[in-house]
Design a protein around this ligand. Structure first.
Ligand code: CO8
Length: 377
């Protein structure tokens, strides 16, 4: 058994296109106005429900989101389309998600001072993969020229932390020597831009981390190394966050554009149920190491809603944490599914001192909660 497992590098790839709340709301409201005008008779007869209007102020107040990045902006704000226009790639071209993944992976390798030849396992973990096989992870492995093995895993918002959990176990067990965990979160194809309750929630991004033993990290001299003290994962079935689109949809003879085939949720219920679950999960995890929330120098929390993060940290600390202690990235990135806490880590870890503790935690669909207790080496 390897004694100590570390994160030796992280990478963040941010798409070049962004959409502000104002731009998004303007397009949605023009769409809603057009929809209501076109369907006026049916709305009057109560056969069709009128589309309510969205508001940039509501979005910022209710979620903390001001803007989001998108892989492709073309089509999202077109009221005749209301979804990104992403052309299909040929079988001999790299897939969109593998391309995003490679961008983030190269940055993580650079921070870890590693070459692809130093890696022997690749996990692509995210909320959706754009095809079932060959696995996106194997495509990334091929693109980077990595020898070893690769696989995809889907755990919605907790895909990244659950994959780090797997990587930690693989290094500890000696079944891999250095693992690349990559989260190409291409969420925009699954967002219902015609639904005012959810059109503002998600953004696209890719993140990556290198996980290896402390001994192997020391040989290449990575600068910002964090020991993984332990990982903790839990799932509890809930129907409150769902997407019903899948490979069986074709034979269900259903409308693939129907609202239930896209991301949809009972947001208020999720908020109320997940916050106490996450707070309990975190304090139990810290207690394993005889730590209390006050020992934690940095909170890299899931980035779905700023009010959720405030509630959870207030519950744990009994006070409001500073912006430095519990960084928020969802104002500019929105909810990026499993990548949110990894973005927060990526942008806010280089100032930490040896011996500092950090807590990385995701919570979301499933329900699923995953956490890692980290210590700066
Ligand atoms: N503009 C104006 N008004 C609005 C809007 C809007 N855009 N949206 C809703 N309203 C209205 C509502 O209709 C409601 O009106 P009324 O009172 O008349 O019924 C009122 O505002 C209040 O609505 P809510 O109670 O729903 O508002 P909340 O304060 O609860 O805020 C949130 C809504 C922001 C969605 C909030 O509930 C939330 O963030 N909840 C937590 C959700 C969460 O964390 N979910 C996790 C999802 S992510 C995940 O698990 C990963 C899935 C995989 C990725 C998917 C990729 C696509």
């Amino acid at each position: 058994m390897t004694s100590s497992v570390v994160i030796s590098g992280s990478g963040l790839w941010t798409p070049t296109h962004s959409i502000s709340n104002e731009e998004l709301v303007d397009a949605y409201n023009r769409y809603a106005e057009n929809f209501n005008r076109t369907n006026q008779a049916a709305i009057d007869n109560q056969e069709v429900v009128a589309k309510p209007f969205s508001s940039a102020e509501f979005i910022q107040k209710a979620s903390g989101i001001k803007s989001r990045y998108v892989y492709v902006k073309d089509g999202v704000l077109d009221i005749e389309r209301m979804r990104p226009n992403i052309p299909e790639r040929a079988d001999d071209e790299i897939s969109d998600q593998a391309e995003m993944a490679v961008f983030a992976a190269n940055k993580a390798l650079l921070e870890a001072n590693k070459q692809p030849s130093d890696i022997d396992a690749v996990i692509v973990a995210c909320a959706y993969t754009q095809r079932s096989y060959p696995a996106i992870a194997i495509e990334v492995q091929g693109a980077l020229g990595i020898e070893g093995f690769a696989f995809d895993m889907l755990v919605a918002c907790s895909a990244a932390t659950f994959a780090l959990h797997r990587a930690y176990e693989m290094i500890a067990a000696g079944t891999a020597k250095a693992v690349l965990v990559i989260n190409p979160e291409l969420t925009s194809p699954q967002v219902n831009y015609c639904d005012r309750d959810s059109h503002f929630i998600f953004g696209d991004v890719a993140t990556a981390m290198v996980v290896e033993s402390a001994e192997s990290a020391a040989t290449t001299g990575a600068e910002h190394v964090f020991e993984i003290l332990s990982t903790k994962a839990v799932t509890t079935y809930s129907n409150n966050i769902r997407s019903n689109f899948g490979y069986v949809s074709r034979v269900n003879d259903v409308d693939p554009f129907a609202a239930d085939k896209l991301f949809h949720q009972e947001g208020r219920k999720v908020f109320k149920e997940v916050c106490p679950m996450a707070a309990t999960h975190i304090s139990e995890h810290l207690a394993r190491h005889h730590l209390t929330p006050e020992h934690v120098n940095r909170w890299w929390l899931h980035q779905a809603n700023i009010n959720m993060n405030t509630l959870i940290t207030r519950k744990l600390l009994g006070r409001q944490p500073s912006a430095q202690e519990a960084p928020i990235v969802l104002d500019s990135y929105a909810n990026t599914a499993s990548a949110g806490s990894i973005i927060a880590f990526n942008l806010h870890h280089q100032d930490m001192h040896s011996g500092d503790y950090g807590l990385l935690c995701s919570f979301g669909a499933g329900y699923s909660i995953g956490s890692l207790v980290l210590k700066k080496i």
